[in-house]
Design a protein around this ligand. Sequence first.
Ligand SMILES: [Zn+2]
Length: 196
Amino acid sequence: MDQIDDLLAYNKSWAERAKTDDAQYFDRMADKQNPSILWIGCSDSRVPPSVITGAKPGVMFIHRNIANLAVHSDISFLAVLEYSVDVLKVDHIVVAGHYNCGGVKAACSHEPAPDMVDHWIQHIRDIKRMYQSELDAITNPKNRENRLVELNVIEQIRNIANTTTVRRSRKRGASLKLHGLVYDTATGELQRLIES
Ligand SMILES: [Zn+2]
């Protein structure tokens, strides 16, 4: 048995359990989705959104990338955002960052990351430059990195609020709420940073 066999074996017992608990469960799931939350998180394996929040299948539409970025030129993110807001009509958009984020660490380092990653994390380096004086005032390197994790979340919330999709939706009167959260990989706790 390799690791994938383990995953498949777990999945089989999970599906059987779900059917035993609720005979119509998969009939409802197969029909359509109606999530109320768009979750934008980091690809980091330690931050699985459904596990850390207990959100059941069908509750969250999820987009993940390195360091939970909402980049205006990223067509994948823009398509997810548009589909979530205009078609699925979610009520909440969450950006969840996390301490000990490899993407943020790499942006703090003077060593270049692998080519494509290095290109991607330029967005975080830009944020670092925007808040240079605030960050320079933090003498402890770990605290400085943690603050950059938080500032990155705050800036992604601002990016999302400035997208055509969100501005148009709010103009139409949709009650769309944006939430910036941070997860601590050392304690398992998720905290609120900003609401918009
Ligand atoms: Zn990360």
